[in-house]
Design a protein around this ligand. Structure first.
Ligand SMILES: *[C@@H]1O[C@H](CO)[C@@H](O)[C@H](O)[C@H]1NC(C)=O
Ligand SMILES: *[C@@H]1O[C@H](CO)[C@@H](O)[C@H](O)[C@H]1NC(C)=O
Ligand SMILES: *[C@@H]1O[C@H](CO)[C@@H](O)[C@H](O)[C@H]1NC(C)=O
Ligand SMILES: *[C@@H]1O[C@H](CO)[C@@H](O)[C@H](O)[C@H]1NC(C)=O
Ligand SMILES: *[C@@H]1O[C@H](CO)[C@@H](O)[C@H](O)[C@H]1NC(C)=O
Ligand SMILES: *[C@@H]1O[C@H](CO)[C@@H](O)[C@H](O)[C@H]1NC(C)=O
Length: 272
């Protein structure tokens, strides 16, 4: 079911967000429950607010795009976050462009966030546990593409400070980290030096607020430049690519904004 176009771009450049606090928040920023004009390359954008809180959580983020009018048209995506530099930018943006929405239709995005934290009581009391505390949550958003609708505009879409808050997850990540005991199998340990973090068990978690995330013109430009870079390095590049194919990527990267370079440097491209 995988498509060649599902490659990961992680751009991370940004302005305002939540203040330093315990609260890690992951939101689907775009699309929303709205109607957009069909577009050749459609962005799907997630934001991690307060991302330094994600460092020891082994976050996993997956989503599926569904065509509600054609049950065979289903595409899964995964964001590889283990290599993310969580201290670089706040919020941390993970995005992908997909060619799935070139026609009118009705669509669903189903996304799942997974995280793993210390089993504080068991680890402290040397209980015979083999596992971390694993947790996950899933959300869905529906949207429509229609020729008469407004064009996709990430800047406009994220400019409004009031929006319905049903697109995200807030996790209360404490300051307490622990060494994962021997005998506990944890794939995340390889990325954190076997350090885990305690997630607060308090039942009241704050309400997520994806509307705090602004995507400005600079970010959009960097996303588009990285998309173009990728297209130009494809077998069948668009007509407006720089002539010298070999250096096309480099030229575009140099022309791009510095945060784009940072994203390349830190993360590179993952092509699937
Ligand atoms: C999406 O928005 C429409 C119109 O605003 C509303 O009727 C519908 O209930 C919303 N659907 C979801 C799943 O939020
Ligand atoms: C992560 O980003 C910070 C801030 O930009 C930088 O100082 C640090 O070197 C980066 N870490 C890695 C491993 O790239
Ligand atoms: C999973 O996370 C939610 C929200 O933080 C929390 O209410 C729930 O208790 C957690 N489940 C486990 C097994 O830790
Ligand atoms: C911002 O969102 C509110 C509530 O959803 C809505 O009433 C308002 O029209 C929106 N403003 C703009 C400029 O989109
Ligand atoms: C893991 O330990 C190594 C060596 O002590 C250190 O360089 C690296 O930054 C640590 N990684 C993390 C995620 O703490
Ligand atoms: C997060 O958890 C800590 C420890 O349980 C608690 O003191 C704090 O009030 C919680 N924060 C929020 C915003 O719920």
């Amino acid at each position: 079911m995988r498509i060649p176009w599902a490659s990961w771009l992680l751009a991370a450049c940004m302005g305002t967000t939540i203040n330093a606090s315990n609260i890690l928040e992951v939101d689907l920023v775009f699309p929303r429950n709205e109607t957009y004009a069909p577009t050749e390359w459609f962005p799907v954008v997630f934001a991690v607010q307060n991302p330094e809180r994600a460092r020891y959580l082994n976050l996993g983020l997956e989503y599926i795009l569904w065509n509600l009018d054609d049950s065979n048209d289903v595409r899964p995506f995964t964001h590889e976050l283990r290599w993310a530099n969580w201290t670089d930018k706040n919020p941390y943006l993970a995005h992908e462009f997909t060619g799935m929405f070139r026609n009118e239709g009705r669509w669903k995005v189903t996304w799942t966030l997974m995280w793993e934290s210390c089993n504080e009581y068991a680890f402290e009391n040397h209980r015979d546990v083999r596992n971390m505390i694993s947790n996950m949550t899933s959300w869905s958003t529906w949207f429509t593409t229609q020729s008469t609708a407004p064009k996709v505009d990430l800047v406009a879409a994220t400019a409004n400070k009031t929006c319905l808050g049903q697109y995200g997850m807030a996790i209360n990540v404490t300051d307490k980290t622990m060494q994962v005991p021997q005998g506990v199998t944890w794939s995340g340990g390889g990325y954190t030096n076997d350090t885990c973090v305690v997630v607060a068990s308090s039942t009241q978690t704050p309400r997520p607020d994806p509307c705090r995330v602004d995507i400005d013109k600079t970010i959009v430009a960097s996303m588009e430049a990285s998309l173009k870079n990728r297209l130009c390095n494809w077998l069948d590049p668009p007509a407006d690519c720089p002539k010298d194919d070999k250096n096309a990527g480099q030229q575009l990267a140099v022309a791009g904004v510095s945060c784009l370079l940072a994203a390349f440097g830190a993360l590179g491209f993952f092509l699937m």
